[in-house]
Design a protein around this ligand. Sequence first.
Ligand code: PHE
Length: 350
Amino acid sequence: MSDDDALTRMRHAFAEVELPATRTLDEAYAVKVKYLGKKGLVTELSRALGSLPPDVRRERGQQVNALKAALEQAYDDHCRALTEQAEQAALATFEDLTDVVAPEPGTLHPLTRTRRALERVFASLGFDVADGPHVELARLNFDDLNIGPDHPARDMADTFFVAPPPGSRWQPGDLVLRTHTSPVQVRTMLERTPPIRIVALGTVFRRDDDATHSPMFHQIEGLCVDEGTSLADLRATLYRFVSALFERELQVRFRPSFFPFVEPGAEFDMQCPFCGGKGCSVCKGSGWIELGGAGMVHPAVFEACGIDAERYTGWAFGFGIDRMAMLMHQVPDLRLLFEGDVRFLEQFPC
Ligand code: PHE
């Protein structure tokens, strides 16, 4: 085998066999070292040139240098290709951000919509929107509303009591998750002077959990305090309200009932908006749908709030917003409203 053949074979082994077999820069470098490193095969050849006669050495030297240059070139090309491949592979793991489908715009939750619809109607009837905290003083949630210490609603079994923060001025039993929006009546009467006309909408909490009750639900409270206002105004307001909300004339009716903070007290129903009172599956044939409680503000509540019961009268009402949302949007199960299931929510597109 001639020396030329040996160089050709070395070039072939390096550039056609060993280098192409490498998949990483480290592997490629190891091959380079084997040939071109200090003790590499090609380096050995260069070193051996010294022992050749001068006339052969020159030509042989040029051949070896050409080989070196060829191997360097092959090495550089291979490394560039490896780097490019690695980059392509890394890019392939990224999502093509230009290829995503534009996200659908979100929509308002059906409860939020109902809430806003109620606020709009009451605003048009001259009511302000008031607010109160979810963690409430038991005094405002119960005592100031004439709900005495032994009233069953204060039972641990019905109410979530909140442990007072360590070092705070509150004792165990002083703080609750409000069980209704009625403490906003007290807050409003303590803060404002009559005439007062407010609605308060928000989350309330009770230890209830079944198909028609959730431990967290929503109420709207209404309060009017003025000179000479009466049950007739309460009734007219509720009548106006349900008629405006359902955009048809709907009657309301009162049934005598008891709430410690009103006297007289009532529960009130509206005519079924679906059958107009004839009787249908929604109203279970009765023609009426139960909404909530109402009545004239009890003098004991006025007293707790520093309002002169000789001069002013007042009325209040409260009912569940969730039930109203179910009616307005024909939702069959209360729990659907709280599960956050997109398949349910996307049925309310705008
Ligand atoms: N707070 C009462 C409840 O949660 C409803 C109500 C409000 C009753 C105002 C009368 C007056 O059941």
